[in-house]
Design a binder for this molecule. Sequence first.
Ligand SMILES: Cc1cc2nc3c(=O)[nH]c(=O)nc-3n(C[C@H](O)[C@H](O)[C@H](O)COP(=O)(O)OP(=O)(O)OC[C@H]3O[C@@H](n4cnc5c(N)ncnc54)[C@H](O)[C@@H]3O)c2cc1C
Ligand code: FES
Length: 347
Amino acid sequence: MKVTVQSKSGIQEFSAETSDNLLYAGLKEGLSLPYECATGTCGTCRARVMEGDVSLAWNEAPGLAYVKRSKNEVLLCQAHTAGDCTLRVPAKVERMADGAPRPENFSGRIENVRRLTHDVMDFEVALDRPMSFHAGQFAAVTCQEVTGARAYSMVNHEDAPDRLKFVVKRKPGGGFSDWLFDRQVDGKPLKLFGPLGRATFRPEENKDFVCIAGGSGIAGMVSIATHAARIGYFDQHKGHVFFGVRTMEDCFYAAEFAEIARRASGNLEVTIALSNEDPPQDIHPEYPEIRLAGGFVHEVCSRAMAGRFGEIVGFVAGPPPMVDGALRMLIMEARLPADCIRYDKFG
Ligand SMILES: Cc1cc2nc3c(=O)[nH]c(=O)nc-3n(C[C@H](O)[C@H](O)[C@H](O)COP(=O)(O)OP(=O)(O)OC[C@H]3O[C@@H](n4cnc5c(N)ncnc54)[C@H](O)[C@@H]3O)c2cc1C
Ligand code: FES
């Protein structure tokens, strides 16, 4: 099917299979369609159907709260068409530069499931073929037993790995996370669409960076710090990671960060912020490379970085209220320009 896109930067065309939603079909062909979550929640992929018959896979998608259904608006990440159609997108839509990793469909199998805390696990997915991605990106993941895709950020980073690592925090009553936590999922097949997301680490910017994460929002920050350490970025630049959890018992990936900090020769500072208890001491009892502090993670970051923000890139990920607090702080206190702030809201 031929899909025509009218946008603020002119007209573009792409072809779509019935199995792909219109967002994924357009991204596959290298169009810079607007999106954030890619899974029906945020409303960013809003478009108006000008011609054609477009149906929605998920009629209760929370992102539909942001569209005018009376004006034939849809969410591209939930939209399918059985024939040619014309869409109007309220944004600039351009062809992405050759060489930028384009998302594709992959399949894989879950391996090496580990429980990290009472409500956090990580696992690997052995892919059918390698996937190149930028540190900070995510994939839309589906399993046979649960309807709809879920976005999960890659924890690892290598050149074109054939395994992806994900960390998932259980959401009580959540379809996919209940499935992961309650079933024996080792060996289960998954479908993936990726890589997705623009909250990426771009070494060519040559700037120090600060990462502010809550809970499983730390996934992409591990990927960014891993990539930076591997390419020697910390020889010239500083990184600051602030990782918010409730209590010491909710803490994970301390060993991984300690290892990266050792490789960064003092240029990666990692602080775990405990929101629901006072830290037992200022330094992690097992990993002296890691500091401990009490308070909400964006407040801890604000205190620790006061007067030191300067020319820096800020990465934020986690639950929406935490992301909103961190963004306010980066804009109002740190005075970072919009193009130096990148975030993923996990909700
Ligand atoms: C960019 C991004 C990256 C993320 N990265 C991570 C991560 O690394 N780790 C992590 O733990 N969480 C991450 N999340 C959150 C994650 O995607 C899930 O929202 C979370 O795991 C809860 O999923 P659930 O199935 O347990 O809950 P549910 O409440 O069942 O589902 C949550 C989401 O799944 C989708 N969904 C639900 N039902 C349907 C349906 N019937 N049809 C279609 N779609 C449906 C919707 O997007 C919904 O908001 C990320 C979110 C985003 C947007
Ligand atoms: S990108 Fe479609 S609703 Fe978020």
